[in-house]
Design a binder for this molecule. Sequence first.
Ligand SMILES: Cc1cc2nc3c(=O)[nH]c(=O)nc-3n(C[C@H](O)[C@H](O)[C@H](O)COP(=O)(O)O)c2cc1C
Length: 210
Amino acid sequence: MERTRNVDLPVLYFGTPVALITTVNPDGSSNISPISSAWALGDRYMLGLGSEGQAYANLQRVGELVINLPSADLAPAVEAIAPTTGRTPVPDEKKASYRHESDKWSLGGLTRVNSQDVLPLRIGECPVQIEARVAQLIEIDGGSAVAVEAEVLRVHAHESILRPQGPDRVDTDKWQPLYYSFRHYFAQGARVGSNFRAPLLDEPAAAMSS
Ligand SMILES: Cc1cc2nc3c(=O)[nH]c(=O)nc-3n(C[C@H](O)[C@H](O)[C@H](O)COP(=O)(O)O)c2cc1C
């Protein structure tokens, strides 16, 4: 067994997908917040947000959001908006690293697309766009952060990442989601195995749920 030692890691981001959360600003425009604390279970999406960000302020007022999932080639766009916040004035805790930006869409070269069931706009360049509404906002870590339980209402996917036949399934050979690991961006590597419930790769997808 390999030896371990106690370590003091500044971040515990071992590798999670990047999500661009769109929420409604007080003036009705849509803000974009890059996050990586996000996971799904059934029709629920759980998100981790800092309580000082504009995303949380917006969700407290309007409990609707879009979870936009970028591909690896959007890493420069994500990093272009990374040092900004939709919050003004910029909270003291964020002043050292962030500046205010009211139009992250132009900064990232991203395209506004109307949603069907929610007010925040979708990001056209993201191959998956998930419309959702807030089911619960749960304060964590003494109120410095919040866990968002979001109910998925509708999922949009670029046709180019879908299997051409059978029930709706993402073709994992056609999409490279963007991952965040220890503050670096990655595309996924080679397939190293498949779950027993995965659809066969060379046949139309079977009706399987997860
Ligand atoms: C790749 C990436 C991942 C991030 N992950 C999170 C996260 O999971 N939760 C969070 O609150 N902030 C996260 N941040 C920081 C926010 O994007 C940052 O606080 C930003 O200012 C939020 O924008 P807003 O204040 O307009 O909502 C992440 C930033 C980047 C670039």
